[in-house]
Design a protein around this ligand. Sequence first.
Ligand SMILES: NC(=O)C1=CN([C@@H]2O[C@H](COP(=O)(O)OP(=O)(O)OC[C@H]3O[C@@H](n4cnc5c(N)ncnc54)[C@H](O)[C@@H]3O)[C@@H](O)[C@H]2O)C=CC1
Ligand SMILES: O=C(O)C(=O)Cc1ccc(O)cc1
Length: 323
Amino acid sequence: MPEDAPVFERVALIGAGLIGSSLARAARATHAAKAVVVTDASETVRARVRELGFADVVATSAAEAVVGADLVIVCVPVGVQGEVAAEIAPALGTAAVVSDVGSVKGAVVRAMAPHLPAHVHFVPAHPVAGTEQSGPDAGFATLFQNRWCILTPPQDADEAAVAKVRAFWERLGSKVEIMTPEHHDLVLAITSHLPHLIAYNIVGTADDLQTVTEGEVIKFSAGGFRDFTRIAASDPTMWRDVFLANRDAVLEVLGRFTEDLAYLQRAIRWGEGDKLFDLFSRTRAIRRSIIESGQETAAPDFGRHAAAESKPVPIPRPYGGGE
Ligand SMILES: NC(=O)C1=CN([C@@H]2O[C@H](COP(=O)(O)OP(=O)(O)OC[C@H]3O[C@@H](n4cnc5c(N)ncnc54)[C@H](O)[C@@H]3O)[C@@H](O)[C@H]2O)C=CC1
Ligand SMILES: O=C(O)C(=O)Cc1ccc(O)cc1
């Protein structure tokens, strides 16, 4: 294949928000697709996509969009991915590969797979790249460059279909890793979902405290708190769906997190400075090693492969030492 020959002929994107519109722009900019068809449930969004001009075709329904597509990527909140799969199923061509970009994989695979015809190759994906913005204006062509994209194909997936989806994401500039949905959901629970929950919680707590601090919480917010407010501005629908869909893994890591927080609370109460100092030294070393390895903007260690990943991953020892 010549270096910039399209990876797919006709890519259909269902949902034209931050991720769908970034994919359309990136697929065009890199010639990963010969033609890009976009649709969205919202007429306002479809009209905006026409104005912005990043699609070759703007279809009025998901079923219409997938006709003749050799790659379909579902880019809607995870809570409606099952509905979309049911809607597109009868219109999918025999050569179609179906994928998605959902931030949760296990629940999404369980919701979508039963609707898809047997001839369709299903290769779920999650680009670990995004912002707190949403909608078609927020997208940009370089969003996926030098970012991880995790694929979670079923064990009996068609190898050629997986290779083409990998090639598509690599064309957009992503680094691709393959793992099971369960492993994905545990890793993302700690690296992405829990940080968002903490951000939503701390900004909510600070807002409640405004009444006792005469409104000065926001005024004097230092860098750390401001970073939390950016994350806490993320889309409410998307994140409600993420927490409901990844309930088990989030509750697992949240349990560990609250135990570790209680350990710090006790150390502060009893003046145990060495405990605080030890943890802060450990975490500083982690940050420094990330920077030294040149991974500062990359996702954490996803270097594990599908076959090895069906069992739960041990979570590191508690701050205090033993298990
Ligand atoms: N926002 C982020 O940073 C990232 C998001 N994701 C995942 O990408 C997916 C999309 O997220 P965003 O693009 O950020 O959301 P967004 O809110 O910007 O866009 C979602 C779009 O889907 C449309 N939509 C909703 N239901 C639909 C339906 N039934 N049929 C057709 N269109 C429908 C909405 O009208 C909206 O335009 C989610 O599953 C999310 O978990 C993945 C990586 C990063
Ligand atoms: O804006 C940020 O800091 C993010 O963390 C973006 C993001 C949100 C959801 C994902 O599944 C992946 C990336």
